[in-house]
Design a protein around this ligand. Structure first.
Ligand SMILES: *Cc1c(COP(=O)(O)O)cnc(C)c1O
Length: 439
């Protein structure tokens, strides 16, 4: 791919038409069909028609969503999209919302607000005194928590020595008894708890309500990393997994995963807007005043000049409505169960996780066999090369596995049938070398 694009730095102009024509032909071979219905890698999602078109317009309009003055339209889209998101997820109505690049930055924004809040309660004003000399904060999270939570903590001044990784159960949820013991030990100190709603491998939810009960008496900030799992709140079938979520102080989600909008689009929600706002107290002199009805989007996000990504969130929510979001979430979960049932019919394959959401982990061969890693990698590589579907590998609780994530609005039962057939063939072809079908 580098060779395709590699030219000496152009000294002179090239006509736009030619630039674009060449760009399309040069990158073609390296594009991944991750917007399509049979891409099951990572946790990705596609783009609905309205979200894609709103995204094109966002680029064409080229608005700076920094402050009200730079784009009243972008500011208004943020106001309404923020209200819709809070209402859709059933969160406390006065919560503030920031539109960020993805869940990494949503986690960062939320956890940094939490840092300011717990230190303030401990008598330390971060805004004037910074972090140097402040009482250390202890952070509790599952050993299976998302890497971006650790990155967020490191970026905001919390080191590994201050992070207590709680041992997890077979589904990757932190064990409450272990958490309770750790909290007792740190009692009285400022603490942050990061709870996961939707594990990237198993889809499992950590028990928010029980964790909230454990820290009721503490100077604690409770954050929910729900990059994709938070959308389960729209489903009466699934929202039991999020019981007590409104008791948290902050929530992070992605729109570019399960809400099916183009990259890059993440959402941070903080229950107390004053604490959220504490992150950005400096203003550009030329920005004008933020006031009621004149929202400055950059007050609620780390960036200053920003893409007007709320147009897209507004568009997708208008397009789908509550029922449409619920339908995508429930259908993907139904398809995950359907895939898992199919896997049990494939000789030499087994499902490793409780399929509670849209994630399925598949183990090939016996759990003790040598060469298990190579087998999983070979089967995934065969499927990827064949190009009918895409799934990747992972390591789950010390075992290699294939990993399937279903979060595209277009995926159907036929797609699942096709991936099951391809998987069965790829396993046979990899393990005994027999050709399984033609073409
Ligand atoms: C994807 C994911 C993230 C990171 O989100 P980005 O959009 O990649 O920044 C964080 N937490 C969880 C649980 C995720 O699934």
């Amino acid at each position: 791919m580098i060779r395709e694009l590699d030219r000496p730095l152009p000294e002179h102009r090239t006509p736009a038409e030619q630039v674009i024509r060449d760009l399309v032909s040069d990158v073609k071979r390296g594009l991944v069909a991750s917007a399509g219905p049979r891409y099951f890698g990572f946790v990705v999602g596609g783009a609905t028609p309205a979200s894609l078109m709103a995204d094109w317009l966002t680029s064409a309009w080229d608005q700076n969503a920094q402050v009200y003055a730079t784009s009243p339209a972008a500011a208004a889209a943020e106001v309404i999209a923020a209200r819709w998101i809070v209402e859709l997820l059933g969160l406390p109505v006065h919560s503030s919302v920031g539109f960020v690049t993805g869940c990494q930055m949503a986690n960062f924004t939320a956890l940094a607000s939490g840092r300011n809040a717990v230190l303030e309660r401990a008598g330390w004003d971060v805004d004037s005194r910074g972090l140097f000399g402040a009482e250390p904060i202890t952070v509790f999270m599952s050993e299976c928590g998302h890497a971006t939570v650790r990155s967020a903590l490191h970026m905001m001044g919390v080191g590994s020595a201050q992070i207590r990784e709680i041992p997890s159960d077979a589904q990757g949820r932190m064990q409450l008894s272990a958490l309770e013991a750790e909290i007792r030990r740190a009692s009285g100190q400022p603490m942050i708890l990061s709870v996961q709603a939707g594990n990237v491998n198993s889809g499992a939810f950590e028990p928010i309500e029980a964790v909230a009960d454990l820290v009721r008496e503490e100077n604690a900030w409770l954050h929910v990393d729900g990059a994709f799992g938070l959308w389960a709140a729209v489903s009466p079938e699934l929202n039991g997994h999020l019981k007590g979520m409104e008791r948290a102080d902050s929530w992070a989600a992605d729109a570019h995963k399960w809400l099916n909008v183009p990259y890059d689009s993440g959402i941070v929600i903080v229950k107390n807007p004053v604490q959220h706002r504490s992150l950005k107290t400096s203003r550009c002199a030329y920005a004008g005043e933020e006031s009621e009805g004149r929202r400055d989007g950059s007050s609620w996000a780390p960036e200053n000049s920003r893409r007007a990504r709320a147009f897209v969130v507004y568009a997708v929510l208008r397009e789908l409505g509550r029922a449409g979001v619920q339908d995508i979430v429930e259908r993907c979960c139904m398809l995950a169960r359907c895939f898992a049932r199919g896997v049990t019919q494939i000789p030499g394959a087994q499902v490793l996780n409780d399929v509670v959401l849209n994630q399925v982990l598949v183990r090939l061969g016996s759990t003790t066999a040598n060469g298990a890693d190579a087998l999983h990698r070979a089967v995934a590589a065969r499927l990827q090369a064949e190009g009918r579907c895409w799934l990747g590998t992972t390591t789950w609780r010390g075992h290699s596995a294939l990993r399937v994530s279903i979060c595209n609005w277009m995926t159907t039962e036929d797609d699942i049938a096709l991936v099951l057939e391809s998987l069965a063939c790829a396993i046979r072809e990899t393990t005994d070398g027999s050709a399984c079908r033609d073409g």
